[in-house]
Design a protein around this ligand. Sequence first.
Ligand code: SAM
Ligand code: SF4
Length: 347
Amino acid sequence: MTPFDAFAPSAAPSLRTPGLVDGFGRAVTYLRVSVTDRCDLRCVYCMAEQMTFLPKAEVLSLEELDRVSSAFIEMGVRKLRITGGEPLVRKGVMALFERLSRHLANGDLKELTLTTNGTRLAAFAADLARLGVRRINVSLDTLKPDLFRRLTRGGDVRQVLAGIEAAQAAGLAVKINTVALAGDNAAEIPHLIAWAHGRGMDLTLIETMPLGETGEDRTDQFLSLKTVRQELESYWTLSELGHNTGGPARYVRIAETGGRLGLITPLTHNFCESCNRVRLTCTGTLHTCLGREDASDLRAVMRAGASDEDLKAAILNAIDAKPEGHDFHIERGSAPALVRHMSTTGG
Ligand code: SAM
Ligand code: SF4
């Protein structure tokens, strides 16, 4: 089979309604693009200490990243998140932001955003703001220098704090993402929430997901957000917010801090019926469901010389086949449910 067979005219689904709509009638309006599998940190739940990164030739060029992202935007994607690996370690990433910002200028794209570990944010925050980025997510699991160094296997929390400060000074709204880890940051979670809310930042807690081999037993790291929520409710007043992003996050307001708390519980909550998102890896593989092994190779399509129309037909075919739902499991001592790492897929 050649890369072109997937979008032969007979196989191409018709557009039922304008935009990207999957076989279950869900509009796909949100694309996450991983621009590199590399990272300057080695978070214990995300990567192994010794990682073998991909050869450069396998990773999409900046031109290919722009081309494929632009095709999605022309087809109906309204929100684009650049992620990784660590997106700010990708050489030339600001040139990509610059090119993508044309879609903000003409109104096709409503939001261009970024998920980062923050270590290089101090250098890039002003440029991101200038190019139309309004909100960013910064991942931070602890404020304690020693614990940060251990959880990231060598990172310096002061760099991240300086990055957050620079982002806020540049006018970017910052949301903190915190992975809840039993025994590591469990006791610090209320402090992190109060710290973020005190600085005008939302905070979202994430349950660990069994993605990729990391050399750590994730059944020991897993902390149920149901437990965390119960504890928070023993001293704070949490009220449910209707706010739904089409993703796995649920939001509550904390009366005492005045801030918003997100809870991402992919293992205990079924959010698939409202799923509006797909992910593109840095090698150009499109995953239409985080929890399944479905994949379409858009790099092969592009490198085989496809026209823009052919590329869009391949995207449509992949979206049409988006699975109805996912199926994660963590069982003690078991292998990860999915072999790919979050850093490849893009978190
Ligand atoms: N390097 C950037 C960062 O850390 O924000 C972007 C990529 S990172 C893979 C995106 C998000 O995925 C981070 O918030 C990280 O904490 C989260 N993450 C990574 N591995 C995870 C796992 N196994 N379970 C849950 N969240 C994970
Ligand atoms: Fe790097 Fe982000 Fe993964 Fe941490 S979570 S190792 S910062 S990609």
